[in-house]
Design a protein around this ligand. Structure first.
Ligand SMILES: N[C@@H](CCC(=O)N[C@@H](CS)C(=O)NCC(=O)O)C(=O)O
Length: 338
């Protein structure tokens, strides 16, 4: 079930995240028929979506902007799902389509599983390649290395993969997806179980991060990207809209400082659009917010305050270096920034 379907099904069955229907991989050896190639693919995202935002951050950190172009969908879907109404004439300038569903249809007419972001589209044919958000970023980190920028970090280091995978599995179950299970719960018990799971895990993560700068090892890894994309949305949408309101992110000194540290690291905060995030959640999920009213808060200015986490040491980019400035035309508009 996709998020929109989760919204529509509210009141019938519990929220269950579906597996992505398309699982082809773009790899260095092209074994699924999709070799890594500069300029061949287009990454379609919504800045509102936490799963797509993982890919937006990875692309920046790895310096893949020149090799992999990016289309940003309107945060508000209509009944044909994600659309390119932010672009001139409502068409993606590279793919020439008005709706992401056109790339899905070109790949497999009537495919099950709905239309979701992130999506990787083959530019020459206009066909969807994959919407497997769990695999996509790992492949950007490990299969696209020939196209990485100089100084790109190793986001999925081979010697730490077992630990990274374990942390990511817990974060996925209880935090990334836990907030959705709480938000789309159709009964008190299911909501309470999900909400308790979210905060139990956040408390454990807060303990883990008290004395160490990053989740695994001493550098930024894929695990940090995946936790960040939920934490950065926490007070803006999950606390109110999804009722994960035992406490706010800003009330947990460790997680709040950890989140600010990442937010202020090039490649993280410069991809975040709070305007898209808030309008998407509050206006699209009418099953749980029938008026579609978007709250004015929270105050975002705290995101730019000092966090003090440098004292914990750590080497954010390992032996590499931070990414350069955001590519022209990809800057987050002022309305979405703190
Ligand atoms: N592909 C996955 C995960 C990615 C995902 O859920 N993306 C959301 C946006 S955050 C989406 O595009 N949902 C489709 C929709 O809302 O129509 C799925 O189908 O559940």
């Amino acid at each position: 079930m996709s998020d929109t379907e989760g919204n529509r099904a509210y009141g019938k069955k519990s929220f269950k995240r579906s597996k992505s229907h398309f699982a082809d991989r773009v790899t260095a050896d092209g074994r699924d028929g999709w070799p890594v190639e500069a300029g061949r693919y287009r990454l379609v995202v919504s800045r509102a979506c936490p799963w797509a935002s993982r890919a937006v951050i990875s692309r920046r950190l790895l310096g893949l902007e020149d090799a992999l172009s990016m289309a940003i969908a309107d945060p508000i879907q209509d009944d044909r799902s994600w659309r390119f109404t932010l672009d001139p004439d409502g068409r993606d300038p590279v793919l020439g389509i008005r709706f992401l569903s056109e790339a899905y249809e070109a790949r497999e007419p009537g495919a099950p599983g709905g239309v979701s972001v992130p999506a990787l589209v083959d530019v020459p044919t206009g066909r969807l390649v994959t919407n497997d958000y769990q695999r996509l970023t790992l492949d950007l980190a490990t299969e696209w290395t020939a196209l990485h920028r100089e100084g790109a970090p190793d986001l999925y280091p081979a010697d730490l993969r077992a630990e990274i995978d374990e942390v990511m599995a817990e974060v996925y179950e209880d935090v990334n997806n836990g907030v959705y299970r709480a938000g789309f719960a159709n009964g008190q018990k299911k909501y309470a179980a999900a909400c308790e799971g979210v905060f139990r895990r956040l408390e454990l993560l807060s303990e883990r991060l008290e004395g160490r700068r990053y989740l695994v090892g001493d550098t930024i890894t894929e695990a940090d990207i995946r936790l960040f994309t939920t934490l950065v949305r926490f007070d803006a949408v999950y606390h109110g809209h999804f009722k994960c309101n035992r406490w706010k992110l800003t009330e947990d000194p460790v997680l709040w400082a950890y989140s600010r540290d990442l937010f202020q690291t090039p490649g993280f905060g410069d991809t975040v659009d709070f305007d898209h995030i808030k309008r998407h959640y509050y206006q699209v999920h009418t099953g749980i917010n029938p008026t579609g009213i978007v709250p004015l808060g929270p105050d975002l200015s705290g995101w730019l305050t000092s966090h003090g986490r440098e004292e914990l040491g750590g080497r954010p980019f390992g032996d590499g270096s931070p990414p350069g400035p955001v590519r022209e035309g990809e800057e987050v508009p002022a309305a979405g920034r703190p």
